[in-house]
Design a protein around this ligand. Structure first.
Ligand code: GDP
Length: 317
């Protein structure tokens, strides 16, 4: 088992949903946590990353920094999605090698798998077919990150691993609307419809795509388990192994929010991949599975959302 106690750990991207969940989870591991704020290092700039790494010398890195967004963000900001993510990964992974970081965990994304991958998706589906076009930019960058970890492991013997999370949601998610993933986008829209007494909420797509969702706090716990117990090249899937249709998800959000109006589906908006559910056998065999059900996770996320200042949720803060 790889020991975290006593180590200097850098969570790159500590303000995001994944990074902040990791910061909370790692507080119980008796380690020193490092942060690199935007003013200290722009992670897209090699010189800034190298300077920060030289000065702070982490033993362990969780690479959770990324430019992220939902289906609309991916299709309208392709350059940012591919450039930012390639630069962040390449800079951090190369300087981790140069400064002798003892373990690094890189986070991929379930969109790295082919659009028509066999379901549930096993790890060996990587590069077995064409990608979903709407998020190919992000996917290509994330595949490059996984391959960087594998290449540094092969050539230099670095203990760099990759985790492959399914669709995520939870505390500190991006609720700004147009650029958000489906859960925060719909939770906010349905919440606002409830407040306004609107008679209808419009959901994008047909409602038939199937997605698997993992709660942020479960993900953080899974990542800690993975870094402690795994050391190999293959990116390891992290999910719950169950999926729901977007329609079923909408019904749950409507219930959690307490919205009484109607829901309609706008099929002129993209559906994206028809189905995405991960095979989670490797994590199960390592003795880990998530603890929070989708309903509980949505309730907890909604409680957090209600406690945020209005401006922050709208992305104005
Ligand atoms: P994906 O899993 O990479 O496709 O990312 P998303 O979380 O953006 O979208 C998941 C699914 O939810 C897609 O089928 C969307 O069409 C559907 N969806 C329905 N309403 C919304 C919405 O308001 N925002 C987003 N982002 N997706 C929505």
């Amino acid at each position: 088992m790889f020991e975290l106690a006593g180590k200097k750990i850098w969570v790159a991207g500590h303000r995001g949903m994944v990074g902040s969940a990791l910061m909370r989870r790692l507080q119980t591991e008796n380690c020193t946590l490092l942060e690199a704020g935007r003013q200290q290092a722009d992670l897209r700039r090699q010189d800034e990353v190298e300077r920060w790494m030289d000065k702070n010398r982490p033993d362990v890195i969780f690479l959770a920094a990324a430019t992220v967004g939902g289906i609309h963000a991916n299709s309208t900001r392709p350059a940012e999605f591919i450039y930012d993510n390639l630069m962040i990964e390449a800079n951090i992974i190369n300087s981790a090698y140069k400064t002798g970081v003892s373990k690094l965990l890189f986070l991929g994304s379930s969109c790295i798998y082919p659009k028509f991958a066999k379901q549930p998706i096993t790890e060996d589906e990587l590069l077995a077919g064409p990608l979903e076009p709407t998020n190919q930019w992000y996917a290509i960058a994330k595949i490059a990150g996984i391959k960087l970890c594998a290449a540094y492991r092969r050539q230099y013997g670095c203990d760099f691993i990759s985790a492959q999370p399914t669709n995520l949601y939870g505390i500190n998610d991006n609720f700004t609307g147009l650029m958000s993933h489906v859960i925060p986008a719909l939770m906010r829209r349905i919440h606002e419809a409830k407040l306004e007494g609107a008679s209808e909420v419009v959901v994008w797509g047909t409602g038939t795509p199937r997605r698997e969702f993992l709660f942020s706090e479960d993900l953080a716990d899974g990542l800690v388990h993975l870094i402690q117990h795994y050391s190999d090249e293959v990116q390891v899937n992290l999910g719950c192994g169950d999926d729901v249709t977007i329609r079923e998800l909408v019904d749950l959000i409507v219930e959690v929010v307490g919205y009484k109006g109607a829901v309609t589906y706008d099929s002129s908006k993209p559906d994206g991949t028809p189905r995405k559910v991960l095979d989670v056998s490797i994590m199960k065999n390592m003795g880990w599975s998530p603890k929070v059900s989708l309903k509980q996770g949505l309730e907890e996320t909604y409680r957090w959302f209600l406690a945020q200042p209005h401006e922050q949720v709208r992305g104005l803060a």
